[in-house]
Design a protein around this ligand. Structure first.
Ligand code: GTP
Ligand code: MG
Length: 316
């Protein structure tokens, strides 16, 4: 996006002075584009300005932004340059077209002990490797909603891979969220941290557990899905804005509507289904083996890969 001359900073918009601009920036509204795509009500609530004035600011921001159209070839070049994080298993990497993609949301769903969290740990290590070695050369924001973050496990994996475990753990910023509000805020407020700390992977483990326990019953479903929708939308926006990878884990339920075949279905409904760029279904096999099924991908065929959860991490 290019800007009209004159409007460069938030303060250049009508009705926005230094104090308001600061408030906006702290909440992640730190560019003219962000203001242009915000609702006046949202801004009014955040800053205490009137809805009318907020509308003027949004309109001015809209006028100051233009859309750059790209040819399909340009998009193609950009896609080829997208970063990927290796998973530790060659088979899984191949199935994914070269690893877990940046600028996208990858979801892993499956029953307990299927390896969703372990894969999150492995990605948290591998993303820190330089691009040439299958990482994105960046840090991790790890949202732990189930209290299952295990630094000792990561330490063990890092050591086994010949990496400095202290450095690896220093580069993983953990938020232990115990309510959906904390989970949502950790993502809403992440812009500054992502920029300052060069975060290249966000893990949400798991996406739905708090939403499920807080919003019980049919009556709460509408509100739950609405909150969930904006939460996921924000994750997608961060992935796009900062060229980072988002890895979310998800719980499952048995869908009684599926009479034949495997009734295991990820929770969260259409909102999660549509938001996840790539969906992986993990299930237990013999001993430390796990079968990973590629259920949904924009450009790779469906398939299965067998991975192993070893003491050293995810392997073939
Ligand atoms: P829930 O969060 O309960 O839904 O499960 P999950 O899918 O996140 O499972 P997780 O990734 O925690 O995988 C648990 C499995 O990993 C266990 O069955 C263990 O067998 C295996 N595991 C965990 N730690 C180790 C370890 O240090 N060594 C080995 N070999 N396996 C481990
Ligand atoms: Mg887990």
């Amino acid at each position: 996006m290019a800007k009209e001359k004159g409007v460069k900073e938030l303060e250049d918009l009508p009705g926005i002075g230094p104090t308001t601009a600061e408030k906006l920036k702290q909440s992640g509204y730190d560019s003219i584009e962000k203001i242009a795509t915000s609702s006046p009500h949202e801004l009014a609530e955040l800053t205490g300005m009137s809805v009318d004035n907020a509308k003027k600011a949004v309109d001015a921001a809209k006028q100051a932004t233009t859309v750059d159209y790209s040819t399909a070839n340009q998009v193609y070049e950009k896609r080829k340059a997208l970063g990927r994080i290796l998973t530790g298993s060659k088979g899984l990497d191949e199935m994914l077209g070269g690893g877990v993609e940046a600028n996208a949301i990858t979801e892993a769903y499956g029953k307990f002990a299927s390896g969703k969290t372990q894969l999150g740990f492995q990605l948290s290590i591998n993303v820190q490797r330089p691009v040439e070695s299958g990482g994105l050369g960046g840090k991790v924001l790890f949202i732990d909603t189930e209290g299952t973050f295990r630094p000792d496990r990561i330490e063990q994996d890092a050591k086994a891979s010949g990496l400095d475990p202290k450095e690896i753990l220093d580069n993983i910023l953990v938020v232990r969220a115990t309510s959906t509000d904390q989970q949502i805020l950790a993502i809403e407020r992440a812009d500054k941290l992502i920029k300052e700390s060069n975060i290249k992977l966000i893990v949400v483990d798991s996406l739905m557990s708090l939403f499920r326990s807080e919003f019980l019953g049919r009556g709460a479903l509408g509100e739950r899905q609405q909150k969930l929708n904006s939460h996921i939308h924000k994750l997608q926006k961060l992935a796009d804005t900062y060229d980072l990878a988002v890895y979310i884990t998800n719980q499952v339920m048995d869908n009684p509507a599926i009479l034949f075949g495997d009734p295991t279905t990820p929770v969260g409904g259409n909102i999660v289904a549509h938001a996840a760029t790539t969906r992986l279904y993990l299930r237990k096999s013999k001993e430390d083996k796990r079968i990973v099924r590629l259920v949904d991908s924009p450009n790779m065929p469906e398939g299965e890969a067998v991975i192993k959860i070893t003491p050293d991490g995810i392997r073939d």
